[in-house]
Write a protein that binds this ligand. Structure first.
Ligand SMILES: Cc1cc2nc3c(=O)[nH]c(=O)nc-3n(C[C@H](O)[C@H](O)[C@H](O)COP(=O)(O)OP(=O)(O)OC[C@H]3O[C@@H](n4cnc5c(N)ncnc54)[C@H](O)[C@@H]3O)c2cc1C
Length: 469
């Protein structure tokens, strides 16, 4: 393949190509060290024209491309297995900030944290927020339709994108970075690329929605008996605060204890030990209003015995320390050892029944295993992971856990849910998707064949190879 690529490499700026194994190494392993791959070359274009040149050349020579942004994806979708790597990391310019239009146009390689910062400097909020925000980039966040902790109030990435610039496999560019909120001119093509996991083209830039910054914020951690009480508490908080709940995260005691055990500087947030905790964030456009709303809503919750103990942040630093507990759970889980991960969603009202039935059946099925649950319960999304109770061989555990995954996905279907709430399909869930949504997958294949007839864009990801024909 290197011989074939030679004419392309000699035309590109030398800074845009690397064959250096040391430079390629961090790009061929995923964040959880669950997937390891290879790539003959790392392309690092810094302009739209360079991306077009690389994609057009690969299309002509039927060479598969894997676009990569921050490489924090959790479903094996960002690890190449021989494809050429196209990293967007050098396309990291902010092209336009327009506070009057509440919009911001950035290139695909901008890191989420820096986008939040640019919005803040403009006196606005870009609300997408998640644990990997120091590394995840706009192109990857759009390609996976990322969620995070503020979906309850602001929606997923799909709701936050006003327009896109994307390079199609034949080198044509779809571009709509005008920042319009109203534009009824037929199919909304940008939505095809959002959540497509790089299978239809390369996203090079996006215009994102901005919002007014909240004037006051309050964060609390409350101890609750069960997910059922957590869902009742969510309803109460929403109505008692006039819809001011910006985040509502559920954490099992096990999930929290992994974080406290493995991440330095964390400690129990409330005195009363409890099997479940929720982190609640209330925001308001009025000064000092959020803490007042939080206090009075929690008082009602105590009276109704939905909450056994609670701590309300008294400072910005304390609010951040509460969030750090929640954000440290994936790190703590990783340190505990490999787990069978299930990023699933069901309607919020059905979450307690789903969690009870799935916990009881999965733990009964797999010896020495326990469910570690946490996540964005305000959106009906729980990370419902099966971990080892005691140390042991990791590969053996993941193999042994497979029947539990099938059982959990069957229960997700039973409760009207989705087998991927926010992380996507990648390679991890291809078989499950193909088996459970055959019509959806066949329509997606038709769309892919129309846009990418030589199947050069991420050919192993999301849809994978055609099955059973
Ligand atoms: C600690 C931690 C916490 C996380 N928390 C959350 C969470 O709360 N919510 C959530 O939704 N996710 C979460 N994630 C998952 C991850 O951060 C998201 O999936 C994120 O959107 C991936 O962005 P990235 O830039 O790292 O993309 P990558 O991992 O580089 O790529 C992801 C996918 O998009 C494709 N792609 C990348 N860039 C482009 C492009 N420019 N054009 C076309 N295709 C492209 C890749 O080929 C791949 O299939 C978390 C991950 C970690 C490690």
């Amino acid at each position: 393949m290197l011989d074939t690529l030679q004419p392309l490499c000699s035309r590109l700026d030398p800074k845009s190509v690397s064959f250096d194994a040391g430079e390629i190494a961090p790009h061929i392993q995923d964040w959880r060290a669950q997937y390891r791959g290879s790539s003959p070359v790392l392309f690092k274009p810094s302009t739209l024209d360079e991306v077009r040149e690389i994609v057009r050349f690969c299309n002509t020579h039927a060479i598969a491309i894997l676009p990569q942004s921050g490489n924090t994806g959790l479903v094996g979708g960002s690890t190449p297995q021989g494809e050429v790597l196209l990293s967007l990391k050098r396309m990291n310019q902010v092209r336009d900030v327009d506070p009057d239009n509440d919009s911001l146009t950035v290139e695909a390689g901008c890191i989420l944290e820096s986008v939040q910062e640019r919005a803040r400097e403009a006196g606005r909020l870009f609300p997408l927020s998640l644990g990997a925000q120091g590394s995840a980039m706009i192109g990857g966040l759009i390609s996976t339709n990322a969620g995070g902790v503020h979906v309850l109030r602001y929606g997923m990435m799909r709701d936050l994108v006003l327009g896109l610039e994307a390079v199609l496999p034949d080198g044509r560019v779809i571009s709509d970075l005008s920042g319009l909120r109203k534009n009824n001119t037929g199919y909304d093509l940008k939505q095809l690329f959002i959540g497509a996991e790089g299978t239809l083209g390369v996203i090079t830039a996006a215009t994102l929605k901005l919002f007014p910054r909240p004037v006051s914020t309050a964060v609390a951690i409350a101890a609750v008996h069960s997910p059922r009480d957590a869902v009742s508490l969510l309803s109460l908080m929403k109505s008692a605060t006039g819809g001011s709940v910006a985040a509502f995260e559920l954490m099992s005691e096990r999930a929290l204890s992994f974080a406290i055990e493995h991440v330095p500087g964390l400690r129990q947030p409330v005195e009363t030990p409890s099997p479940w905790y929720v982190l609640i964030e209330i925001t308001s456009g009025e000064a000092e209003r959020a803490p007042v709303l939080m206090e009075s809503a929690l008082e009602t919750a105590f009276e109704r015995e939905l909450v056994q103990d609670a701590a309300i942040s008294q400072s910005q630093a304390q609010a951040e320390s509460f969030w750090l507990l929640r954000e440290s759970i994936p790190e703590g889980e990783k340190a505990h050892g490999k787990a069978a991960k299930h990023d699933v969603s069901v309607p919020v009202s059905r979450m307690p029944d789903f969690m009870e039935e799935a916990t009881q059946k999965a733990e009964a099925l797999i010896d020495g295993a326990m469910i570690v649950a946490f996540g964005h319960v305000g959106d009906g999304n729980v990370h419902f992971n099966l971990a080892r109770k005691a140390p042991g061989a990791e590969a053996d555990f993941l193999t042994a856990a497979k029947p539990a995954s099938a059982l959990i996905y069957d229960l997700v279907d039973k409760y009207g849910g989705s087998i991927s709430a926010e992380h996507g399909i990648g390679v991890l869930k291809q078989d499950e998707l193909a088996a459970r949504k055959p019509v959806q997958v066949s329509v997606m294949r038709q769309i892919k064949a129309a846009l990418d007839p030589h199947s050069i864009m991420n050919p192993r990801i999301l849809l994978g190879p055609e099955r059973g024909s």
